[in-house]
Design a protein around this ligand. Structure first.
Ligand code: PMP
Length: 354
């Protein structure tokens, strides 16, 4: 029986996508060949890549607005460096909201000057800093929309006249936003899109080509745009599976459709955390993530009982990240509301036992 999979990433994918993707591994569309044993230059795969790229733009509402979608490799972590290589000439501003923001800052600093516009590191990143200034003469501003480890999420984004770059690895395609406020966004596939191995980058073409450095070809967004996201052999299976997930999402009414489900899941989860005296939420209420709910047991003596109950209910991967401890329920797009119901039932049953 399928478990209730609350994994933070790689994470749950729609069952229909898994079935279709697994069929393609054996025989892609009755071609007599596996998807992973055909050329990436074949018509079959070129169509997949083009479909995945255009679905990404369509779902984000960015078609015809000067953006290009790319499916690259190296994970979101490579984007920490690639963003800086392509956009950093003198100085950029970064918002430090968690371990991944801090890593993005560390990598960009290897190239040039990075100014932290604000940080919540002093509070172990349990909130999103607000009311900071972004100097208008910086090359760009970088932020992380959802902090996977700490369970915080930016609800609004600053208004700025410089390019805005956003790491959306853990909440892309989960909520409606005006995506045109971003000039570049990126996300590792392994949460709301597909298996690990590809990273979606959506970039507004007119912000490129402005730095003086000689960017190595494979690190240059322009090389990837020019080659139709086929500068080198792309990760065919992660791209195909991401395409299937994007089709699944479109069939559900796109981002607006899934957002309704995500809101229901988050409301149910957080109301249990708030009403049940045995649990305490980690993140500041106004900054709570709808993707990753972080919480702790008030009384650590109940740990063993709670964890046994979780296991018996078929609940998988709600353990918190080592830097926060406690628990983390990741509720990505493909997680059914029923899984959250089962988790919440276990939490309330613990209350009756305690
Ligand atoms: N940014 C965020 C917000 C993440 O959650 C992660 C991975 N969990 C990363 C970046 C790093 O992604 P990758 O492992 O694909 O490099």
């Amino acid at each position: 029986m399928k478990k209730h999979n609350f994994s933070a990433g790689p994470s749950i994918l729609p069952q229909s996508v898994l079935l279709k993707a697994s069929e393609a591994i054996v025989d892609y569309n009755n071609t007599g060949l596996s998807l992973i044993e055909i050329s990436h230059r074949s018509k079959e795969f070129v169509d997949i890549m083009e479909n995945a790229r255009s679905l990404a733009l369509e779902l984000l509402g960015l078609e015809g607005k000067g953006y290009k979608a790319l499916f690259l490799q190296g994970g979101a972590s490579m984007q920490f460096l690639m963003v800086a290589m392509n956009l950093l000439e003198k100085r950029a501003g970064y918002l430090d909201t968690g371990a991944w923001s801090a890593k993005a800052i560390k990598e960009a600093r290897k190239l040039d000057d990075i100014y932290e516009v604000a940080s919540s590191a002093e509070a172990n990143y349990n909130y999103i800093p607000k009311g900071f200034d972004i100097p208008s003469d910086y090359d760009y501003f970088h932020c992380t929309s959802n902090n996977t480890i700490f369970g915080t999420q930016m609800k609004t984004f600053p208004k700025t006249n410089i390019p805005m770059v956003c790491d959306m690895s853990s909440d892309i395609f989960s909520r409606t936003l005006d995506f045109s406020q971003f000039d570049l966004l990126y996300a590792g596939a392994q949460k709301n899109m597909g298996p690990a191995g590809t990273t979606l980058v959506v970039v507004k073409e007119d912000i490129l080509g402005k730095v003086s450095r000689d960017i190595p070809s494979i690190m240059d967004y322009k090389s990837h745009i020019k080659a139709g996201s086929m500068f080198n052999t792309p990760p065919v299976f992660p791209v195909y599976t991401s395409m299937l997930t994007l089709e699944w999402l479109k069939g559900l009414g796109g981002i607006a459709g899934i957002e309704k489900e995500n809101d229901k899941k988050a409301t149910l989860m957080y109301s249990e955390i708030d009403l049940n005296p045995l649990f305490k939420g980690f993140a500041a209420k106004e900054d709570r993530s709808k993707m990753n709910a972080t919480f702790n047991l008030v009384n650590e003596n109940l740990k063993e009982t709670f964890e046994t109950m979780l296991k018996e209910a078929g609940i998988s991967a709600v353990n918190g990240h080592r830097s926060v401890g406690g628990y983390r329920a990741s509720m990505y797009n493909a997680l059914p509301l029923d899984s959250v119901k089962v988790l919440v039932e276990v939490m309330s049953e613990l209350e009756t036992k305690a």
